[in-house]
Ligand binder design. Structure first.
Ligand SMILES: Cc1ncc(COP(=O)(O)O)c(C=O)c1O
Length: 482
């Protein structure tokens, strides 16, 4: 990574790129932000983007692309079958991961659908560090179960553990013994563990898990959607890899696992996705599903332009100056919030800054969605759109009771190379104000609650007139300011 020290001694997340195309954004007055939040059923997914100032909902498909990615899109070879674009992309993936076969799919969850259809049988269990929403939903749809074996540190909000996404090896061994190898469909490692705060998995952990899976004859699946951030953390936090090339680390992951899949909306800063394996039998089984659910084998639901952008984006992911940008901005954001007393996940991970809604909104019952209420309040106070990652993102138990999440987080995603430092400072400043006024935030309850993935399009209402009171306090404190 480029080593740039400031004379002032200040730790500044310096951008190693320049901005050459911009999009105008608007900050609406608080009264309009409040009206928009109510219209969206207190669900940030249902906000219209025109109401949003800084969109920190996700990095998915909204990362800034490089000039070379745009240039590559112009040379796309448009063909249903056998396009040159596909072969270029396949060659890059084979080179980066050292795996033999590539199956294209239109995004990450499409890969999960195919993997679940091929490997998950009713009653079988997928063991993993931690679930991702769509992963779990696909496993459940096939009648499978999910067993999580993330280390205890993974759930600790304040920690100094550098790899909080690691699987706990004891828990893994115990789970295998208890469940029985024959009842395990696969073990899954999620890089940059999304739902616990974008926390990385070490290479040593991947090696240990791989060793166990090979010994037991269990398929090892690696979700590489958040690999870019994870690669950065391996490089800077795992001493044995400080001098190892990013590509060599990526290849080692390929050698240690049986199947790698990814969302290219994240990895490669493009759109689309794909599955890789060197195992002929697994490849043949999964291949049958691609034309059925995705499209022909040389496009898999993607446009050729998306594939060209992905091809270049993946190559650029091997550059530490490219992949360091999100983690250093996340750290700057988290440091600023922490300095102002706001509880955040530490050490900061990739993907985005994660605020601990459990503590921020400890006065709200967990069944009234602490993180969801905080997401709504942050939008009202700032026009910044974040995403609830807590109980609302869970599905109810079969008996209709709430499955309370271990962690209640508000995720403020930092799409790659999109925001400036002053925008981050603005967001942190408004959140610090909100923290001082946190008692004004109240709970939420569902008005319309979908059965599956309810957080995406469920509609909620406030349990009192707290949102109006919050807006009134803002006016009092900020005067005419937006
Ligand atoms: C770890 C992880 N896996 C899978 C997915 C699903 O990918 P997609 O949104 O492209 O369907 C995501 C998306 O956020 C993710 O973060």
């Amino acid at each position: 990574m480029s080593n740039v020290t400031f004379f002032s001694g200040e730790n500044v997340p310096l951008e190693m790129h320049k901005v050459r195309m911009v999009q105008k954004i608007n900050l609406l007055p608080i009264e309009e932000r409040l009206a928009c939040m109510k219209e969206a059923g207190f669900n940030t997914f249902l906000l219209k983007n025109r109401a949003v100032f800084l969109d920190m909902l996700t990095d998915s498909g909204v990362n800034a692309m490089s000039e070379n990615q745009y240039a590559a899109m112009m040379q796309a070879d448009d063909s249903y079958a056998g396009s040159e674009t596909f072969f270029r992309l396949e060659a890059t993936l084979q080179d980066i991961f050292g795996m033999k076969h590539f199956l294209p799919a239109h995004q990450g969850r499409a890969c999960e659908n195919i993997i679940a259809k091929v490997f998950v049988t009713p009653g079988s269990t997928a063991i993993m560090n931690y679930h991702f929403t769509t992963t779990k939903a696909h496993i459940h749809l096939m009648g499978g179960k999910v067993e999580e074996v993330i280390g205890d540190e993974g759930f600790k909000i304040d920690s100094t553990e550098p790899f909080k996404g690691n699987l706990d090896i004891n828990k893994l061994n115990n789970a295998i013994e208890r469940i029985g190898v024959e009842n395990i469909c696969f073990v899954r490692i999620e890089a940059g563990t999304n739902l616990v705060g974008g926390q990385p998995v070490s290479m040593q952990n991947v090696r240990e898990v791989s060793h166990i899976c090979r010994r037991e004859g269990i398929t090892l699946v690696y979700d590489a959607s958040l690999l870019a951030d994870n690669l950065y953390f391996i490089k800077v936090r795992e001493a044995a890899y400080a001098d190892v090339d990013i590509k060599a680390i990526t290849r080692e992951i390929g050698e240690l696992t049986d199947i790698i899949y990814f969302s290219a909306r994240k990895l490669g800063a493009a759109r689309g996705g794909g599955i890789l394996t060197s195992n002929d039998e697994m490849f043949n089984k999964m291949r049958e599903m691609i034309p059925l659910y995705e499209g022909f084998l040389t496009y898999g639901g993607m446009s050729v332009r998306e594939m060209e952008a992905m091809n270049v984006g993946l190559q650029e992911t091997m550059d530490i100056n490219v992949i360091s940008q999100t983690p250093i901005f996340v750290k700057a954001f988290a440091d600023e919030l922490q300095a102002r007393g706001v509880p955040v996940v530490t050490p900061s991970g990739g993907l985005g800054c994660h605020i601990d809604a459990q503590r921020f909104c400890s006065h709200i019952p967990q069944t009234q969605y602490r993180a969801g209420a905080l997401a709504a309040a942050v939008f009202i106070a700032s026009g910044v759109r974040g995403m609830e990652r807590g109980t609302m993102s869970e599905q109810r138990n079969d008996d209709g009771t709430e499955r309370l999440s271990e962690v209640e987080l508000l995720r403020l995603a930092i799409p790659k190379r999109v925001f400036t430092l002053s925008q981050i400072k603005y967001a942190a400043d408004r959140i610090a104000w909100l923290y001082e006024n946190r008692e004004l935030i109240g709970g939420l309850e569902f008005d319309e609650e979908p059965k599956v993935l309810r957080f995406f399009f469920g509609r909620l209402k406030a349990t009192s007139d707290w949102a109006e009171k919050l807006a009134a306090k803002f006016r009092k404190d900020f005067g005419e300011s937006l």
